[in-house]
Design a protein around this ligand. Structure first.
Ligand code: GLN
Length: 390
């Protein structure tokens, strides 16, 4: 038989999404793949109903409807503090997943190197390999998950084409400080590299931490491809609406890649999502408060259940240390957790470059009652493992 592409030999399907399938199979509470079990705001649901009647139902302009880009530019101008041009500096994509892939394909040639901080969101490695590029990993070191400056300089000395920055970061919930971002930005300028920023958790930041858009730093808009989506901000992960914001010389090319990959994001959903993009500023404050409450509730429960975790500064994930519970693999532990405890998590090893397998990742983008039930089950974990409670 003919052989499939060798590009696919070095990575597996997504472990995150695989865990969702196993969770469904065993009826576990799914705290693995990060998505809410609550509805989007009423405004979005009403708009969606209207769109069913009035359309559009056919293709939109491939890089996004005019109205969507205008509304997005207006919102992002406020938050990013940049004069974004809706006509030339935006590409609307099918989720941030497509935005990241398009960004990578737009700037990378086969053989190029790309810096990825480890732990990382697993798509980045697949994106890099699918472009024929090669990752250079720079560790984020516990307990604060900071990078070592010399290690980052050494990575830049390999002349990478781009650095991928997930901020606030998945899976550890790190919010990069302005100083860290300036350090990265200076290196990107010195070594003439692009920064591909994944900022899907831009509005989920735990006070007093604050999100800084790397594109907003002096001289950075020119070389940054800011990728984000509406999934997390408006609780519409299934709508698959993402986007790229970048200077025109990049978007002109990104539009070509996007055009041939997917043609365009769903036209009716772009129309309905205007109701989200036009939300007043209080919406984003309330969203932040909502996630701070969820984080406090869930972390408090983890503490009571005797689980050790890394306190997140942003996003909606928490890494729990399982070294006390198993010397075996985190993958097997997660499978056991689903079957015996009824809660699904993602094995941490899928996020790390090195052989680190003593973490599992939970997400807390769930209704209060779901989180309370998950905690109730997790409280039995030590008992099930016959460990003394702490
Ligand atoms: N970002 C989500 C997570 O890390 C998953 C997103 C996706 O599956 N597309 O769980």
């Amino acid at each position: 038989m003919p052989k499939i592409s060798t590009r696919l030999e070095s990575f597996t399907d997504s472990v995150i999404r695989r865990m969702t399938r196993i969770a469904l199979q065993y009826g576990a509470i799914n705290l693995s793949q990060g998505f809410p079990d609550f509805d989007p705001p009423e405004e979005l649901k009403t708009a969606l109903k209207e769109v069913a009647k009035s359309g559009p139902h056919q293709y939109e302009i491939t890089w996004g409807s005019h109205k969507f880009r205008e509304a997005l530019a207006e919102k992002q101008r406020k938050f990013m503090g940049l004069p974004i041009d809706a006509n030339s500096e935006i590409v609307v994509t099918c989720g941030s997943t497509e935005a990241m892939m398009v960004a990578m394909m737009t700037v990378c040639n086969p053989g190029d190197k790309v810096i990825i901080f480890s732990p990382f969101y697993e798509n980045y490695v697949a994106d890099t390999i699918l472009c024929g590029a090669e990752p250079i990993y720079v560790p984020l070191n516990p307990p604060n998950f900071t990078f070592n400056k010399d290690e980052l300089i050494k990575a830049f000395e390999e002349r990478p084409k781009a650095l991928i920055l997930c901020n606030p970061s998945n899976p550890i919930g790190k919010v990069f400080t302005p100083e860290e971002l300036e350090f990265i930005a200076d290196l990107a300028k010195e070594y003439d590299a692009f920064v591909i920023a994944d900022e899907v958790y831009e509005h989920i930041v735990m006070k007093p931490y604050q999100h800084t858009y790397i594109a907003s730093l002096p001289g950075m808009f020119e070389r940054t491809i800011s990728c984000s989506s509406l999934s997390k901000t408006y609780s519409i992960t299934g709508w698959r609406l993402g986007y790229i914001i970048a200077p025109a010389y990049i978007t002109e090319n990104a539009r070509k890649v996007h055009d041939f990959l997917t043609v365009g994001a769903a036209a009716p959903l772009q129309e309905a999502a205007l109701a989200g993009l036009q939300m007043p500023e209080e919406y984003y404050e309330e969203l932040q408060d909502l996630y701070i409450r969820k984080k406090d509730l869930f972390l408090d429960g983890l503490k009571k259940a005797g689980l050790k975790y890394v306190e997140p500064q942003g996003a909606y994930y928490v890494m729990v240390d399982i070294s006390e519970f198993t010397e075996g693999s985190d993958v097997e532990f997660c499978e056991w957790l689903i079957k015996e405890v009824g809660v699904a998590a993602v094995p941490g090893s899928s996020f790390f470059r090195d052989d680190i397998n003593h973490y599992i990742r939970f997400h807390f983008a769930k209704k209060e009652e779901t989180l309370i039930e998950a905690i109730k089950r997790l409280t039995l974990l030590r008992e099930k493992l016959q460990l003394r409670s702490v």
